[in-house]
Design a protein around this ligand. Structure first.
Ligand code: NAI
Ligand code: MG
Length: 358
């Protein structure tokens, strides 16, 4: 079976790290006998916008729909195009139109990287944040009245649907039941948000009854953020609404060191539409063109994409190769400057790929 992958580099360091992501994907495909067919697209970039007056071609939906996954670099170049235009005109279109209702981010302290949290070692921080990616607090229901007067009123309603909550919970419980610790934490705030959050809690209870092997706990979001910092070792799979998940999915990876290594996946679990895999970082205009961007976030995305396509062993081999090279440290391995080394995007990409091939 052939997996068709749409590769979109985007802007800035997206164009530098994407080739390294493809390098390791191709090596993994070879080693594990996976058939990947990769097609490149130049849209969803600011240069495309300057030429065409829009971020995407009119037929982008049909074009990309036929792929099994989208491998994405980063988009945005604020000097050329305002960020709200580049982001809303591309990535956010993909997430919505392709119903990528899961945003999945691993939070894992890798060997050789110092956590900003004191005395934390690899193994202490190793969990996933599963964020609802389509509804919740980020709704378009609401409005403004009496603008510019004393009576000015602004309302934005949270939208939680049974379908929307249950599907993200199901994904999170499935993930928890596959992980060794079988543990799930729900982010709530049912003490303060007294209608939608008790409903969220109710659905968590209902879903938990189908997963007797998963241990479930819940925290209000305020103390949960504190516990991410104080006790990151408590967590295994953390499931959250759109807003809470947005906050947790930045805080979690931040506890594991540099942004350059963090991957994320926007998933349509049913596979009706392609899922999208992108590093957490952006286009980094401050270092773009210098060849020193850390390619690990993009390469780890490759691992997540292979796992999503059913090749768990190949995905794990990529993560193992990354860990092996990181563990060697900046003296032995060509780590990039953000990892205190003197390597380049390409030399680090090659070193990790060689570790995979061995
Ligand atoms: P950024 O993530 O691009 O950069 C933040 C800082 O982290 C910079 O100092 C950068 O040099 C450093 N950094 C980022 N990735 C790195 C890597 N792989 N290796 C080493 N250092 C790295 O965020 P910023 O500066 O806020 O945004 C720049 C542009 O990227 C904007 O246009 C923004 O809209 C866009 N952006 C796009 C995202 C996406 O495509 N999903 C996500 C975040 C930002
Ligand atoms: Mg965010």
């Amino acid at each position: 079976m052939t997996h068709r992958i749409a590769a979109i580099a985007g802007d800035g360091i997206g164009t530098e790290v994407l080739p390294e992501g493809l390098r390791i994907l191709e090596a993994a495909a070879k080693r594990f006998d996976i058939d990947l067919e990769i097609e490149h697209f130049d849209f969803a970039s600011c240069d495309y916008y300057l030429e065409h007056g829009q971020m995407l071609p009119d037929d982008w939906f049909d074009t990309l729909s036929s792929f099994d996954a989208i491998f994405f670099g980063a988009v945005g170049w604020p000097e050329k195009v305002p960020d709200h235009i580049s982001l809303w005109g591309s990535l956010l279109q993909f997430r919505r139109a392709f119903d990528q209702y899961i945003n999945l981010r691993p939070c894992r302290l890798m060997p050789g990287i110092k956590s900003p949290l004191a005395d934390r070692e690899p193994g202490d921080i190793d969990f996933y944040v599963v964020r609802e990616n389509t509804e919740g607090e980020y709704s378009s229901v609401g409005g403004k009245m009496f603008e510019g007067t004393e009576r000015e009123v602004v309302i934005q309603d949270t939208v939680m649907t049974r379908t929307g909550i249950d599907r993200v919970l199901k994904y999170a419980f499935d993930l928890a039941s596959k992980r060794p610790r079988h543990k799930l934490t729900s982010a709530t705030k049912s003490n303060g948000i007294s209608i939608t959050m008790p409903y969220w809690d109710e659905r968590v209870k209902a879903m938990a009854s189908h997963y007797p092997d998963v241990t479930v706990d819940q925290f209000h979001i305020d103390i949960l953020t504190a516990n991410f910092v104080l006790h990151p070792d408590w967590f295994d799979v953390v499931v959250a609404s759109n807003l809470f998940g947005d906050i947790l999915s930045d805080l979690g990876p931040a506890c594991t060191g540099t942004i350059g290594v963090a991957p994320s996946a926007n998933i349509n679990p049913e596979g009706k539409y392609p899922s999208l895999f992108e590093p957490v970082h952006g286009s980094a205009p401050d270092i773009a063109g210098k060849g020193i961007a850390n390619p690990i976030g993009q390469m780890w995305c490759g691992a997540m994409m292979l796992e999503h396509l059913g090749h768990e062993e190949a995905g794990k081999a990529i993560v193992d190769a990354i860990e092996q090279v990181l563990a060697a440290g900046p003296e032995q391995a060509p780590l990039t400057p953000d990892l205190k080394g003197q390597g380049t995007t390409q030399s680090l990409g090659k070193a990790i790929t060689e570790a995979l091939e061995k």
